[in-house]
Ligand binder design. Structure first.
Ligand code: ARG
Length: 235
């Protein structure tokens, strides 16, 4: 900012779905993570806007919460997809990811390709691109519908994996890596999807979209983006 008055700034309410470390998670009751820091930095550089209080939802409730005006922007490691773009808009991309297949690190199940999941129990978070892969496997007959579990949060899916209730979790690589660093689980293999995350906004919120895109560019130029990335992912 240039230190000009903020008396005309519009407050935008951000929404997220914690339980997706290190993008958004609860630590000692506090909402923290890469997305939380990045959106705050971006809005600080976005002319005419200021950030309101964070609202938390299940991931599959974020788009409906945006379109019904409960929130004004989604910051939830949300992949920009054609399907979502039929309902909402996105800013420019701010992070790239593929999918990973996470298993227990005890060696009881070591798949190396998606078809190896056949006959095993698989989980993912409801409404995610990881779930899309599971649904695709069900459609083509590789995975039995009764062998697929949908979770409100990936934290519960990984818990069920550790407990032996399921044998694999499909989720974004950076988050799978974070769980693997903290728990007795490991990435069996990755599945290249070339996903890009964007902040979600309502269709037609063009002023907000430009302001956030300019804020994102400013945050990259100033080195702040790299600082935030290093803070949450190491350098
Ligand atoms: N990138 C994936 C998607 O867009 C997963 C995002 C899950 N995010 C979350 N905050 N739980 O579907």
């Amino acid at each position: 900012g240039t230190g000009t008055t903020t008396e005309t700034a519009t407050t935008i309410t951000p929404g997220t779905a914690p339980g997706f470390p290190p993008f958004e998670m609860k630590e000692g009751g506090e909402l923290v993570g890469f997305d939380i820091d990045l959106l705050s930095a971006v809005v600080a550089e976005a002319e005419g806007y200021q950030l309101g209080e964070w609202q938390e939802f299940a991931f599959d409730s974020l788009v409906p919460s945006l379109t019904s005006n409960k929130i004004d922007v989604i910051a939830a490691a949300m992949t920009i997809t054609d399907k979502r773009e039929q309902t909402i808009d996105f800013t420019n991309p701010y992070y790239n990811a593929d999918q990973a297949i996470l298993v227990r690190e005890d060696g009881s199940f070591s798949p190396s390709k998606l078809s190896d999941l056949s006959g095993h129990k698989v989980g993912s978070q409801s409404g995610t691109t990881g779930e899309n892969i599971a649904k695709e496997l069900i459609k083509e007959g590789t995975l039995k519908e009764s062998n697929y579990n949908s979770y409100d949060s990936y934290v519960f899916a990984v818990q069920d994996l550790q407990n032996g209730n399921i044998d694999a979790v499909i989720l974004d690589v950076p988050v799978a890596q974070t769980f693997a660093d903290q728990r007795p689980v490991e990435i069996a293999f990755t599945h290249e999807t070339g996903e890009r995350y964007g902040f979600g906004i309502r269709n037609g919120d063009d002023d907000l979209q430009s302001a956030l895109n300019e804020g994102l560019a400013a945050v990259r130029d100033s080195g702040r983006y790299e600082e935030i990335r290093n803070k949450w992912f190491g350098s």
